[in-house]
Design a protein around this ligand. Structure first.
Ligand SMILES: Cc1cc2nc3c(=O)[nH]c(=O)nc-3n(C[C@H](O)[C@H](O)[C@H](O)COP(=O)(O)OP(=O)(O)OC[C@H]3O[C@@H](n4cnc5c(N)ncnc54)[C@H](O)[C@@H]3O)c2cc1C
Length: 405
């Protein structure tokens, strides 16, 4: 949508083909229905640094249409944005539907012809270029073709990996697509009992054979069969990799600001204050209500025991639950629940100054179909805006005078 609109504004006659009944289905589920449109990181190099080895290749796109440009794009068209924790930028009204609607209006404003319920089946090659695209409603010819078919996650939004197939058929290499930014599955059977609870300001450590692989601070929640939340998503890629080498565990620290010996003193104070009460009534000041039954169960302390008779050993067990709750990882969620797809069309065969294929003269790629994946926080959509813009204006320039600007 963004690429098509900008190609049209740059002077090309544009036809957008979308297989769903409406464009932008995935936008509606982004940011839990609130759409985290970008990350307010003004430093282009820092921004691109979030994309690992692919980051450098992104620089032209980010300079062409960066974070401030996308903020201006939305706000000038009447969608106020708000910067939240972690520099995440959301529509102030917090409704992803506003983003989808705005992009639809943008297509009208730019004069793009849109055909929905029109699935592209094949790109028809003629020598060194694409001559046409084939759909059940007929063949469409154009001077340039821009592929933005996304990845493989949440297939119901239309992402079935068609762009990868076409690219392979045209000689492009495709880095094996894998689910990325997913929840992590755990062996613990109790996770579903506390799945309604958001735990903020906690620390999660990813461990293998006693070695710390990575750690994050932020928000998590338990799910029916594991753990999710922003910091879990960001740890999931490393987790998936580490699992190939053996067992992996997560260690959750519910009180990362307090060191263990200080927190032990806090526990002692709490038990003394409730000395003649049952243990089950002593944890209210330390834990969210919903977690108390679980902690009593995991601590293996008799809930009816008076606090004054809780032993040192029992208290240390309790301390461990607060500071080092060990969770056994069994795997990560698959494409069905992945925020993005890792892997995709190899950047080596794309001229990243224009987003044009180095193998096929008039073929452009943008968005998630490319081998680029970043962390949560609005980074991934910004890459779609930036590469989409660059591909759109480059293709328009080529259509008009045979060269890209
Ligand atoms: C649950 C969830 C939450 C997310 N939240 C965020 C967030 O808050 N912030 C963020 O930055 N990123 C987020 N992302 C990632 C972000 O949504 C994607 O990276 C982004 O939408 C990719 O954009 P795209 O245009 O490349 O592809 P898509 O948005 O996937 O669009 C591809 C389009 O191509 C169409 N298509 C595919 N094949 C064909 C064909 N053969 N013929 C015709 N049309 C076809 C599809 O129907 C689809 O409409 C989230 C993703 C998910 C799944």
């Amino acid at each position: 949508m963004f690429a098509a609109g900008h190609a049209s504004l740059a002077g090309a006659r544009v036809l957008l083909l979308e297989k769903n009944r409406r464009c932008g289905a995935k936008i509606l589920i982004t940011g839990k229905g609130r759409c985290n449109v970008t990350n307010n990181e003004p430093d282009v190099r820092k921004f691109s640094g979030h994309f690992g080895s692919g980051g450098k290749a992104l620089l032209t796109a980010l300079y062409a249409h960066g974070v401030q440009d996308i903020i201006d794009f939305f706000t000038r068209r009447g969608l106020p944005l708000t910067v939240e924790r972690g520099e995440r930028v959301f529509p102030t009204r917090g409704d992803a539907r506003d983003v989808q609607k705005l992009l639809e209006s943008f297509l009208v404003e730019a004069g793009v012809a849109v055909r929905c319920s029109c699935e592209v089946r094949r790109l028809v090659r003629d020598g060194s270029s694409i001559a046409a695209v084939e759909t059940p409603s007929g063949i469409f010819r154009g001077r340039c073709v821009l592929v933005t078919t996304g990845g493989l996650s949440y297939r119901e939004t239309g992402c079935t990996g068609d762009g990868y197939r076409w690219a392979r058929e045209l000689g492009h290499e495709v880095v094996e697509p894998e689910p990325a930014l997913t929840a992590i599955r755990l062996a613990e059977t109790w996770t579903g009992e506390v799945s309604d609870l958001n735990l903020r300001n906690v620390e999660l450590r990813l461990m293998q054979e006693g070695k710390l692989l990575e750690q994050r601070f932020g928000e998590v929640f338990f799910t029916r069969n594991g753990i999710g939340g922003p910091i879990v998503l960001d740890l999931s890629n490393r987790t998936r990799l580490a699992l190939k080498d053996g067992g992996v565990s997560l260690v959750l620290d519910l009180k990362p600001a307090v060191d263990p010996s200080l927190f032990d003193k806090r526990l002692q104070r709490e038990l003394t204050a409730h000395a003649n009460k049952d243990f089950r009534n002593a944890l209210g000041g330390l834990l969210p209500k919903a977690l108390i039954p679980l902690f009593i169960k995991l601590s293996e302390i008799d809930p009816e025991k008076k606090c004054h008779s809780v032993t040192r050993e029992e208290r240390l067990r309790l301390l461990k639950l607060f500071k080092e709750l060990r969770l056994q990882v069994t795997g990560c969620d698959g494409f069905g629940k992945a925020i993005i797809t890792r892997g995709g069309i190899d950047l080596k065969q794309i001229d990243m100054r224009t987003m044009r294929s180095k193998l096929v003269d008039n073929l452009y790629f943008a968005g998630e179909v490319l081998d680029l994946d970043g962390p949560t926080g609005g980074f991934n959509l910004q890459v779609c805006w930036s590469t989409g813009y660059l591909a759109g204006v480059s293709a328009a320039a080529r259509v008009q005078d045979g060269t890209e600007k």
